[in-house]
Write a protein of this length. Structure first.
Length: 90
């Protein structure tokens, strides 16, 4: 089983005992979850931006980098756990 996919084997009904292989690629949905976390962090930054007062472009970039680094670390754990769960059901 690959880390980006899950292989499921299903047997057909009736007298036939044929098996078919269904491959589900979980890479895209898990990547979408991470992007959703990032989008949420960016939206919150925009929402709270006024409270931070005057910032230079460099300071704003530093804050966004901090946010994205934090989101990536947190979402990495969540996505890794989801991958492990998916692998166990395969």
């Amino acid at each position: 089983m690959t880390p980006r996919g899950v292989e499921l084997i299903a047997q057909s009904d009736g007298k036939q005992s044929q098996q078919s292989l269904v491959i589900v690629d979980w890479g895209a949905p898990l990547g979408a979850i991470r992007r959703r976390f990032q989008d949420t962090a960016r939206a919150e930054f925009r929402k709270q931006r006024k409270r931070l007062g005057v910032l230079s472009a460099e300071q704003e970039n530093a804050i966004e980098t901090l946010l994205m680094t934090t989101v990536n670390k947190v979402s990495h754990r969540a996505v890794t756990q989801m991958r492990r769960l998916i692998e166990t059901i395969g």
